[in-house]
Each structure stands twice: as structure tokens, then as C-alpha cells.
Design a protein around this ligand. Structure first.
Ligand SMILES: NC(=O)C1=CN([C@@H]2O[C@H](COP(=O)(O)OP(=O)(O)OC[C@H]3O[C@@H](n4cnc5c(N)ncnc54)[C@H](O)[C@@H]3O)[C@@H](O)[C@H]2O)C=CC1
Ligand SMILES: O=C(O)C1=N[C@H](C(=O)O)C[C@H](O)C1
Length: 251
């Protein structure tokens, strides 16, 4: 009999959390021991004997949840957005005091999205211009999306390593933020539209040509294999892993 992971889902009544509850319930190597909503106490996680939490809550509470798990020696798979550089740095510090605990922060659990980010970062050193457009359902509370921020970081890293300069842009007058957010020097545009789920386009431009890398999640089912992979792998990766690509062989 293989290992059966005791899993607690936080944000269990939400769009992602309810899918995760179903996915964990159908995984033979997982046992859903707790499913928490916004009015439940985190103590339930400890009382349930959970070995791994899956955090799919809201940006305002995810840090508190993850810190609680780490302090109690419980691994964490985190899909919630809102992890800025300061929060990530604070978590890394905390993990040094709990070196046996693993935390995965996955801006996107869908394999296609992870590959789109990877391909875009690889391609970006060959193009003078690059911009990101993320498109989501209108119930999303944060912008730009965690995935787009992560993609921009990876693109900026790849371009800096290759010595590529900033994308050309003659704009001197931008009323109302028409040029989008600027993340590590990369322009990121956010669209909110009824009917969408989660979509990202990376536009790469050079003299006389354009490459567009696009990923579409049409259904939250697209995220579930990644959530389950995270649960299975996180304990074997103590410390912080930022991006599910850390558990995949993309070489
Ligand atoms: N990494 C990934 O692949 C994906 C990440 N996300 C992210 O996951 C998060 C959740 O997204 P959705 O499910 O669409 O949002 P949602 O709003 O449908 O669900 C969030 C749920 O968390 C609950 N909640 C709030 N505070 C809580 C607390 N202290 N304890 C337990 N539950 C609490 C809310 O009541 C709600 O039911 C967002 O940050 C979103 O960006 C969404 C889709 C994919
Ligand atoms: O809120 C969402 O829906 C999503 N959130 C994540 C993000 O902000 O990147 C992942 C995915 O894009 C869906």
C-alpha cells in the first residue's frame, strides 16, 4: 500500500477550493481530513492530523494560513495569489527555522500555463519587445494575475541574463494607465470579461515579425493534476519552491 496523504483544503467552498475537494476525494493516495471555509478556525487543521494544506483562499489571508502550517510542521501547497517579494522573503526566513517543512507556491497549476511561461522566458531574449496580456473572469479580485507577474519575472530574469535591454516605448503621455502595469520592466495588461476563466498571451515582437504564446484554461479542472502533484511532492522538497516547474522535469 502506497502512502496516503492527509490533506486539508483551505478555501474549500470557493471556485478552486471546491474543485480541489473533489480532486482530493477521488485521489486514491489522499484522504481529505479537513475542508475549511472563512469562518473556520485554523486549529481544525492541526486537530485533523493534516500533513499537507492546500491553500486556495484570498490574497489577504494566505500568508497567515501558510505561516500557521509551517509553524505546526505541516507542508503547504499554495495556489492563492498575493505573494509579493516581501511575503516570500518572510516565508523563506520562517522556513529556515522549520527545515523539514516544504512549501510550494504555484502561481498556476495548469501544465500548459507553466510551459507558456517557460517558452516565453526562453524566447524573450530573441525579441526586442515583449508584453503580457492576462484575461480572467470578472469575479477575480486581484490584478495583474499572479501568473502574469510570475511570467514577467521570468522574462525579466532571462533578458537580464542575456543582456537584452528594455522594450522600446516612446510613450510620454499615458492617461489612466493605458500602458498597463509594469512588472520588472515588462508591461502587463489585465482584461476582466464575463465568460472567461484564465488566459494569458505573451506577445513578442521584432522587426517585421511577431510571436504570440497563448494559454487558455477553459475549466478549473485544468488546475487539478497540478494541485495533486503538489500534494504528492511537497514533502520531498523542504524549503520554498516557487512555481510548479520546480517539481517537473522541463529540461
Ligand atoms: N494557482 C492556480 O493555478 C490558481 C490560483 N487561483 C487563485 O486561488 C485563489 C482563490 O481563487 P478562487 O477559488 O477563484 O476564489 P474564491 O473567491 O471563489 O474562493 C476563495 C474562498 O476562500 C474563502 N476564504 C476566505 N478567507 C478564508 C479563510 N481565512 N479560511 C478559509 N477560507 C477562506 C472564501 O470564503 C472563498 O470561499 C485566488 O487567489 C486565485 O487567484 C485560482 C485559480 C488557479
Ligand atoms: O483567479 C483566478 O481565476 C486565477 N488566478 C491565478 C492567477 O492570478 O494567476 C491563476 C489563474 O490565472 C486563475
Amino acid at each position: 500500500m502506497s502512502k496516503v496523504w492527509k490533506v486539508a483544503v483551505l478555501g474549500a467552498a470557493g471556485r478552486m477550493g471546491s474543485e480541489a475537494v473533489k480532486a482530493v476525494n477521488t485521489a486514491e493516495d489522499m484522504d481529505l481530513v479537513a475542508a475549511l471555509g472563512s469562518s473556520d478556525s485554523l486549529d481544525e487543521v492541526v486537530e485533523s492530523g493534516a500533513e499537507v494544506i492546500v491553500d486556495l483562499t484570498v490574497p489577504d489571508v494566505t500568508e497567515k494560513n501558510v505561516r500557521f502550517a509551517v509553524e505546526h510542521g505541516i507542508h503547504a501547497v499554495v495556489g492563492t495569489t498575493g505573494w509579493d517579494d516581501q511575503k516570500v522573503a518572510n516565508l523563506r526566513d520562517l522556513l529556515t527555522q522549520h527545515p523539514q517543512v516544504g512549501v510550494l507556491i504555484a502561481p498556476n497549476f495548469a501544465i500548459g500555463s507553466i510551459l507558456a511561461t517557460e517558452f516565453a522566458a526562453k524566447a524573450s531574449k530573441f525579441f526586442e519587445s515583449v508584453e503580457v496580456i492576462e484575461m480572467h473572469h470578472p469575479n477575480k479580485v486581484d490584478a495583474p494575475s499572479g501568473t502574469a507577474v510570475h511570467t514577467a519575472h521570468k522574462i525579466a530574469e532571462a533578458r537580464e541574463e542575456a543582456g537584452v535591454g528594455a522594450s522600446p516605448d516612446a510613450t510620454t503621455k499615458d492617461e489612466g494607465g493605458s500602458r498597463g502595469a509594469v512588472v520588472d520592466g515588462v508591461h502587463v495588461h489585465a482584461v476582466r470579461l464575463r465568460g472567461l476563466v484564465a488566459h494569458q498571451e505573451i506577445l513578442l515582437g521584432d522587426a517585421g515579425q511577431q510571436l504570440v504564446i497563448r494559454h487558455d484554461s477553459f475549466d478549473r479542472a485544468s488546475f487539478m493534476p497540478g494541485v495533486l502533484l503538489g500534494v504528492r511532492e511537497v514533502a520531498a522538497h523542504p524549503g520554498l519552491t516557487h512555481g510548479l516547474d520546480g517539481f517537473l522535469d522541463l529540461s
